[in-house]
Design a protein around this ligand. Structure first.
Ligand code: AMP
Length: 540
């Protein structure tokens, strides 16, 4: 067979050729903007050409601090299209971490959304490699700023050539993108995506047994474009010619619900917290959700009750997937097999709440101290993955040694695997609760609590305990209408039949809000810190 290099630019070229009329829709401060792929193609070519003109060279890092919209999509293709590297920066991280990331990646230019300008002005004196700033504003004139040299996105585009030819003499293994992922301690860790990895991962998103992104979809990636490339959805949706509905800057659940209704979104995707917020908005408002046929959810375990509500109440397929920034991210996908259709509704939900089987193209194993664990659904071990869209190191980082060994990515996720090859995540290695020498899965307890009708969110963490070493404590946010009439005894008696007695949380602490990470996951570190002295304080 021909040895053709798999390059990111070919995804956009395909859309330009075969889907020039299909649209990318972005709600921007100045109103909804619509661009066809023909226009996106021209604008992207102009941008690649303009980047060359301002001195960006191959393999230079092009940083973005931006929400999901068409301009961000254009940088997604323009940077790798001229041989540079797209570096998406998580705008929700602390300023210190953002400075670290930009300096560590040695970004040459930063593309910034207008509302993020104050943050960049605040940190600008600490940036060591940045030679230019581009503000992605809708306005003709640049806003007043202390950044320098600074360009307005639209004016910069005008300096570029719309007939620019994307560079083709690059190795498919060359870097096309990068993204930093938060570590439990220390600075974030950089993951570099190759052209080849992005192209193959995009194929994976099109498979009928995964997300099945297709031309007739209207895809709305809620997951930010600065988090694992919005799960690769913008790349795949462009390649397959799907209409893309971007949520735009600073979206709210209301904006999402309106976009779904008005732009007839067929597929969307976000972390469980966002899915819950969307359900809450639907419950409180009066929206037409009939266009939406599937919601992709991952990043944290999807509570069973939420799967049930989407599917049974709204008739929307719930696509539960697992992955990490290091895995591009799609790694496993939860779907029932054809011969499991006669399972009871309850058993089906239990299966769907698991993280599923490996996506074709990848390899995995689950190991404990002794070697590979049995496929019995009980033995626990750490999940290891390898494959063409799995990172093989952290960018210039000592922590590579710990996570990448013998050609495998050590995910740090503790799982069981059953006879069907289905994995079930019990915890992050660091979040498991060890009580009296035995392991308790916080995820199982959270899911059980979240199945109670009064519970909006629940997170279970280990709290130090004099006798048992650690004990689970549940932190619960109740739905507004239940705040005065549900007690911790109600919740505990609800989950008692589901677990061995020693698994039950020693306490339930009601909160107004559970602290979250920059990507919407429960921030267990902060909760543990908050509850550290819980038992000591109680006994006073
Ligand atoms: P990130 O790199 O920020 O996307 O985080 C990756 C981590 O999120 C994984 O290592 C898992 O611990 C967790 N995760 C991702 N998807 C799921 C899922 N479907 N269920 C449970 N945990 C998940």
């Amino acid at each position: 067979m021909m040895n053709v290099q798999l390059l990111v630019s070919s995804l956009l070229e395909h859309a330009e050729k075969f889907f020039p009329k299909k649209e990318v829709i972005s709600p921007m401060p100045s109103g909804i903007v619509r661009h066809t792929y023909a226009e996106i193609g021209k604008r992207t070519r102009q941008l690649s050409s303009a980047l060359e003109k301002i001195g960006i060279q191959r393999e230079d890092r092009v940083g973005t601090l931006a929400w999901n919209h068409n301009r961000h999509l254009e940088v997604y293709f323009a940077a790798p299209g001229m041989g540079a590297v797209l570096h998406t920066i998580n705008i929700r991280l602390s300023p210190e971490h953002i400075v670290y990331i930009i300096n560590h990646a040695e970004d040459k230019v930063l593309f910034i959304d207008e509302d993020i300008l104050p943050l960049v002005e605040l940190i600008k004196d600490h940036l060591k490699s940045v030679e230019a700033f581009v503000i992605m504003t809708d306005k003709e004139e640049l806003p007043e700023t202390t950044l320098e040299p600074v360009y307005s996105y639209e004016k910069l585009l005008q300096t570029g050539d719309e007939a620019y030819q994307f560079v083709k003499d690059i190795d498919e293994n060359a870097p096309a993108g990068m993204c930093y992922t938060s570590a439990t301690t220390g600075n974030p860790k950089g993951v570099v995506y190759s052209h080849r990895g992005i192209v193959l991962h995009s194929y994976a998103l099109g498979l009928a047994d995964t997300v099945g992104v297709s031309e007739n979809d209207r895809v709305m990636p809620i997951v930010p474009m600065f988090h694992a490339n919005a799960w690769g959805l913008p790349f795949a949706a462009t390649w397959f010619g799907s209409t893309q509905v971007m949520p735009g800057p600073r979206f709210t659940p209301k904006i999402l619900a309106q976009l779904i209704e008005e732009e007839k979104v067929t597929k969307t995707g976000g972390v469980p917290t966002i899915c819950l917020a969307l359900l809450k908005e639907w419950e409180e408002g009066n929206y037409d959700t009939s266009s939406l046929n599937a919601i992709l959810c991952g990043g944290s375990a999807a509570p069973r009750g939420m799967i049930q509500t989407f599917e049974q109440k709204y008739n929307i397929s719930f696509l539960h997937a697992y992955g990490m920034t290091e895995t591009s991210p799609l790694a496993t996908f939860s779907r029932l097999k054809s011969y499991q259709m006669d399972l009871s509704q309850e058993d089906k939900l239990d299966e769907r709440a698991k993280q599923g089987i490996l996506v074709p193209g990848l390899e995995f194993k689950v190991i404990d101290g002794q070697g590979e664990v049995e496929w019995d659904g009980k033995s626990m071990g750490e999940l290891l993955i390898k494959g063409p869209w799995i990172a093989d190191e952290y960018y210039k980082d000592e922590r590579t040694k710990e996570a990448f060994q013998d050609g495998w990515l050590h995910t740090g996720d503790v799982v069981t695997i059953d006879e069907e090859g289905v994995i079930k995540i019990l915890d992050r290695t660091k979040d498991l609760i060890k009580s009296g020498g035995e392991w308790i899965s916080s995820v199982d307890l959270e899911n059980a609590l979240m199945a109670h009708e009064a519970v909006f969110e629940a997170s279970v963490v280990a709290v130090p305990h004099a006798e048992w070493q650690e004990r689970p404590v549940a932190c619960v946010v109740l739905k507004d209408s239940y705040k005065d009439n549900v007690t911790k005894e109600d919740l505990l008696s609800f989950i008692t039949p589901m677990f061995a007695k020693w698994w039950l949380p020693d306490d339930v602490v009601f909160m107004e809000e559970i602290p979250k990470t920059s990507v919407g996951k429960f921030l267990k570190r902060a909760l543990r810190e908050k509850l550290k002295d819980h038992f000591a304080a109680e006994s006073l």
